[in-house]
Design a protein around this ligand. Structure first.
Ligand code: SF4
Length: 173
């Protein structure tokens, strides 16, 4: 499960908004007797809490991808061990819209440059949109899963439709 679903404090400062989401999802998984592994938060690892909101394009560079692989590799190793010992790997839950953890949708735009009045910032902001792609961290996770021959279904929280997301996750499990 993406880190911020059960620790929303890892989100950009000021965006810690979905405690209720955690309660709904965690209780659903607990009732079904499904354990939870909390993934690391790549954005907090690399950029800390005072980062700006980003778009996918800003994270699409070799060092960020390498860092994503590095922090998630120990989890992939755990998954292999669980599987080898007869456990069922139920699914991975990401966060739609995130440039890192998006599963079905991610945030995209020609974002970057200086934050000044004459830098065209309003225009850049107006071009930021959701696109049907995965976030960079999720892409790297999927690649590592493939390399380890692990076939695990993916689901996501959509903060704009928490109830719908929980329903989708319920179907997955
Ligand atoms: S990078 Fe992933 S875990 Fe971190 S705040 Fe964004 S969606 Fe949550």
């Amino acid at each position: 499960m993406s880190h911020c679903i059960i620790n929303a404090n890892a989100k950009v400062v000021g965006l810690c908004s979905y405690a209720a989401t955690a309660i709904e999802i965690v209780s659903l998984l607990m009732v079904r007797e499904i354990g939870i592994i909390q993934l690391p938060c790549p954005e907090m690892t690399v950029y800390g809490l005072k980062r700006w909101g980003h778009v996918r394009e800003q994270f699409n560079y070799p060092y960020y991808r390498e860092k994503c692989r590095q922090i998630v590799k120990p989890i992939i190793d755990q998954l292999i061990d669980y599987l080898n010992n007869g456990y069922k790997l139920t699914g991975i839950i990401g966060v739609d819209g995130s440039p890192s953890c998006g599963v079905h949708q991610t945030c995209s735009g020609a974002w970057g440059g200086e934050l000044t009045a004459d830098s065209g910032i309003v225009d850049k902001l107006s071009q930021v949109k959701l696109v049907n792609k995965q976030g960079i961290f999720m892409e790297e996770i999927i690649e590592l899963l493939k390399m380890a021959n692990l076939d695990i279904p993916l689901a996501a929280i959509d903060e704009l439709d928490v109830k719908g997301s929980v329903k989708n996750i319920e179907q997955l499990i």
